[in-house]
Design a protein around this ligand. Structure first.
Ligand SMILES: [Zn+2]
Length: 195
């Protein structure tokens, strides 16, 4: 079982201070989603985020649960495979159509078994989560107001008890903080890939 290391905890703390990770206020997204939206989870079993989603967003989530979760859609992911990402988003879009909803909830998390497998750091996981968020808007046809990114972390608290927290992740603020090169494209913006 993996938990946040000390330096990762302080990284998360810094993002909270910068208001990039924000506590979800119960009910703040209530009513904004038609038919529950579609949630994108990681299938590695390192999190109980589905339970969180059921409590806060929708009691009957429509979900896509793949190993790597939202990371599979980022070109920075070491396990990235374009054809798999294309087929997976096509599958999700079919589900969205079938359930008559246009809302996506993205749930990256850390520690993530798949990220660890590919030796990604927590900073890289945040970057990949941001990249995926942008691709959903710039390439996959989602609108900014219907694309919601969260971030789930698991840590041991002072009493050595497991604590799981899910935050709203402000992607735009994060990219500004790290000075990521962004191309603006109408309402959307894309992360420029390093040459
Ligand atoms: Zn994972």
């Amino acid at each position: 079982m993996h938990y946040l290391k000390d330096e990762e905890r302080s990284f998360v703390r810094d993002l909270k201070v910068a208001d990039i990770l924000r506590e979800y206020k119960m009910g703040e997204l209530k009513g904004i989603t038609k038919n529950g939206g579609v949630a994108f989870f990681c299938g590695d079993g390192d999190i109980d985020v589905r339970n969180y989603h059921e409590k806060t967003i929708s009691r009957r989530p429509h979900g896509q649960s793949l190993f790597g979760g939202v990371l599979i859609y980022s070109r920075f992911y070491r396990g990235y495979k374009g054809s798999f990402a294309a087929d997976s988003i096509e599958n999700a879009l079919l589900g969205l159509n079938a359930k008559e909803t246009k809302t996506a909830f993205l749930y990256p998390h850390y520690p993530c078994g798949m990220a660890t497998y590919f030796e990604h750091t927590i900073e890289e996981v945040f970057l990949m989560a941001a990249d995926t968020h942008l691709r959903f808007i710039s390439e996959f046809g989602f609108t900014p107001d219907k694309t919601h990114s969260f971030f789930h972390v698991k840590r041991l608290n002072k009493g050595a008890r497991e604590e799981q927290n899910t935050y709203i992740f402000d992607v735009k603020k994060y990219l500004a903080l790290i000075g990521a090169p962004i191309i603006t494209l109408g309402q959307a913006y894309i992360l420029k890939l390093a040459a």
